[in-house]
Structure formats: C-alpha cells, structure tokens
Design a protein around this ligand. Structure first.
Ligand code: ARG
Length: 463
C-alpha cells in the first residue's frame, strides 16, 4: 500500500491524491450504495469459486464470505461509514472487508475487475426490479379485472377524437387496459430472459489467466449462463436500456389511463368517483377534490422516458469496452425504477378504490347520437340499403334530431319516414344503448358476453 494521501486501491502508481473536484465528479458511492446487497452477493459467489478452483485457500475464502456478511449487516443496520474517497460501493465494501478480516481481503479481487463487478451488480439490481415490476403489473391487472367484472354490462360512451362515437361497456374499457398492462408484463418477462446472463469473470475486458469457473458464479447468482464475450460483458448496458424502454411504454400506458381518470372524475363527466385516499383537497376552494395521484402518474412518463433517452445518449458512440461514462447509467435507472413502481402501486390503489358511476355512464352513453352507426347498420340489414346510402340517411336523421334538440330515439316514426319512407318502428330497438352494445358480439367486441369471456380468459392466465 502507498502513502495515505493517494488511493488505497491504486496508490502504487500515484504520488498525490485527487483534487476535491475530481473526487466529487468521480465518486458514485452516493448512489451506487443501493447495490450493496448485490455487490456482496457477487463477491461471495466469486470467493467460493476462487476456493473451488484452488485459486485461494478455502480458509481465506471462508473468511471473505463470512466477513462480507458482517459488512452487509453493518450496511443494513446503518452503522457502515461510506467514504467518498473510496469512490464506489465496490471499493467501500472491499476496504471494510480488509478492516474486518485482514490480509485475505486482498485476495478477493483476483481474476476480476470493477468492470465486470459493476456490470454484475447492476444486472442483479435491474433483475430484481423486473421482478418487482411483474408483481406490480400483475396486481394492477387483477384490480382492473375486478372492475371489469363488476361492470361487464354497464354502458358508457366510447370515444374517438374524444367525441362520442359508439356505446361501449365499462368492462370492455377496463379490459383494454388489461391488454396493455399484460403486454407490459410480457415485455418484462422477455427482457428478464434476455438479460439473465453473468458478466462476472469477464474481468477488466479480456478475461483472465486464472483458471476461474464462470459457470459456477453464474449459477450461484441465478444467471442462466455466463456472457459469451468478455468485451461485451463489461461494456453492455442493453439490459438497462431495455428496462427503461419497457418502463417507458408501461408509464405511457399508465399516463393514458391516468388522463382518463382525471377527465372522468371531473364535475363535467362524473363517470367515476375517486376515493378520498387517493385524492387531495384545495387550500382555498373548499369544494375541491383533486385527482393528484392520477395527475402525478400521468406525469411520471416524463422522467422515465427522460431516463431512457439520457442513457441512450450516454451509450451512443462509446468505444469498447468500459468507459467511465457508463457510471452515469445508475441514477437514471434508479429514479425510473422507483417512479415506475410507485406509479404502478398508486394506480392499483386508485383502481381498487374507485367507483364507476353507472347511471352517469349510461346517461352519457345515450347522448351525442351514439347509436347512429346502429341505425345505419339497421338500414343496411333490414332495408338492404348500400352502407353509403344508409350513412347518408342516418346523417340526415342526426341533423334533424340536432335541429329539434333531441336524441335519435326521441324522433317519431313520422320524422324517420320523412327521410326514408321504408323505415318501420322496429328501428327503435337498435337505438337503445343496451341493445347496441349487446349486438357487438364480434370477437374482441364490446358485447358483455364477449367481455366476460375475456375476463375469464385472463383470470385463467393469471391463475
Ligand atoms: N463506479 C464505477 C461505475 O459505476 C465502477 C467501475 C469502475 N471501473 C473503472 N475502470 N474505473 O461504473
């Protein structure tokens, strides 16, 4: 070891310690301490492998593995004194291990580098977050299924351009989000499969001349296999980018749903009532109940997609293999992960607690000539009109209703026949919103019978 003013780990090469600014820009311990458990798990697996391969003696490996547990418990209880001078979690742990077990600690870094170490730790951390996302998404899907089942046959307006289009069922609308979050779930599962390979033992970039067993450490850490190319192993951050892009797409889905809840809970819509537990009041307007949780969920996509873009920019143009630029990966991923998990949990809570206002939904479903397409379809089916002509006749009837200030079912048969003489009173059957949704039985359609099939299918998939 060299004199105290230079670095404990590489002081041999250095005469002077770093400038304070250098230390500030260089250190990652402020954030990468979140990977302490992963770092220690990786080191324990590495130590066991070194002994199994005869690279260190078993008693040294045992001392390392025990000592690392002591360090872990110090970190968990908060007694551990993190040092910025020691730069990152890897060197903080190793330095403390030296204090705890003495000389054998110096043998832990045989056949590895911080480059494969950080790649391993970070993969393990991201893998845990993928698992947490799976749980969060599954819980949210379950909450949506409960809502869908309760209101499988409630009618509400379906919109295009946020203009009334055709009546749909509440259950159908909830199930649309089930589809979206289920795709997120399958993206999470895909990403996990692809990323679950071990960089450990790639060493600095070229592998090592020590007879290490990378399969052994990979297996001990729950990876399927070691990564096949040491240069790639230390310089790849695709797994973090995939995490961020899956998170971005999912946050976009959350944002769309949140936006609907903001609109639906307004006094103008009153489609849903959000619970007090997920709302806030106003400090000045006593009547206010604000959908803050929904608004914040709506906004989370900003920082999550921002993290995705930021890391993509960090990685672009980096020559192989490791560059210090890559240390900028963690804060983005940590922040995105925290906020994605929070948004998932908040959305699950809101969905569980919210009340769909059935009567308001139905009243709104009937407004805005929402069954005009049903009328046009009736003209085609019953009077054998070409669809284009039926569209035109219906358009005239809508204009007439608009002039009279009423809805389509309120027109008289005389009114109808003044536009097309062959129309009969049977037409009124298709103008009701319940008949409208019940008739849309095509696969994937809004009819309650189809919606219930989908609910049953998803319940079976989730088990
Ligand atoms: N703190 C570093 C990081 O997060 C660890 C790897 C450092 N490797 C190196 N060659 N300086 O990327």
């Amino acid at each position: 070891m060299s004199d105290k003013s230079s670095n404990q780990m590489w002081g041999g090469r250095f005469a002077a310690g770093p400038d304070a600014i250098m230390e500030a820009i260089n250190a990652s311990i402020g954030f990468d301490k979140r990977m302490a458990a992963q770092d220690i798990a990786g080191s324990r697996a590495h130590a066991a492998m070194l002994a199994a391969q005869g690279i260190v003696i078993p008693s040294d490996a045992e001392a390392m593995r025990e000592g690392l547990l002591t360090v872990l418990s110090e970190i968990e209880t908060g007694e551990f004194a993190f040092s910025t001078a020691l730069e990152d979690i890897h060197m903080n742990v190793e330095a403390r291990l030296k204090e705890v077990i003495g000389e054998p600690a110096g043998r832990l870094h045989t056949g590895r580098s911080r480059n494969d170490q950080v790649a391993t730790d970070f993969r393990l951390w991201v893998r845990d977050q993928l698992d947490a996302a799976s749980s969060g998404l599954t819980a949210l899907i379950r909450a949506l299924l409960v809502q869908a089942e309760a209101g499988a046959d409630w009618v509400m307006p379906g919109f295009t351009h946020l203009q009334t289009a055709q009546p749909v069922t509440w259950g159908h609308h909830m199930m649309a989000y089930v589809e979206m979050f289920a795709r997120d779930l399958s993206r999470v599962e895909d990403a996990r499969k692809r990323m679950n390979e071990s960089p450990l033992g790639a060493a600095a970039l070229a592998g090592t001349s020590f007879p290490i067993d990378r399969h052994m450490t990979a297996e001990a850490l729950g990876f399927y296999r070691p990564m096949a190319n040491s240069l790639d192993a230390v310089s790849d951050r695709d797994f973090a980018l995939e995490f961020l892009s899956v998170a971005s797409i999912s946050a976009m889905h959350l944002s769309r749903f949140a936006e609907e809840l903001v609109i639906w809970s307004s006094a103008q819509f009153r489609f849903v009532t959000l619970s007090d537990r997920f709302s806030t009041g106003s400090s000045i307007m006593p009547q206010k109940k604000n959908p803050d949780a929904a608004e914040l969920i709506r906004a989370k996509i900003g920082r999550i997609f921002g993290a995705n873009v930021a890391l993509m920019m960090v990685m672009k143009g980096l020559p192989l293999a490791y560059s210090k630029d890559m240390q900028e990966d963690k804060e983005q991923v940590f922040d995105a992960a925290d906020n994605w998990m929070l948004a998932l949990a908040a959305m699950e809570g809101m969905v569980k607690d919210m009340t769909g206002n059935r009567a308001n939904l139905e009243a709104a479903a009937s407004a805005g000539f929402s069954t005009a397409t049903d009328l046009a379809d009736w003209l085609v089916r019953t009077l054998d009109l070409p669809f284009r002509e039926a569209h035109h006749v219906t358009g005239s009837l809508v204009a007439m209703a608009e002039r009279k200030g009423c809805d389509l079912p309120d027109l008289s048969l005389d009114d109808m026949q003044s536009v097309h003489a062959a129309i009969t009173s049977d037409v009124f059957d298709v103008l009701g919103v319940h008949n409208s949704v019940a008739s849309r039985t095509s696969y994937g359609g809004t009819a309650p019978v189809r919606v219930r099939e989908q609910i049953a299918r998803w319940k079976e998939v989730l088990g």
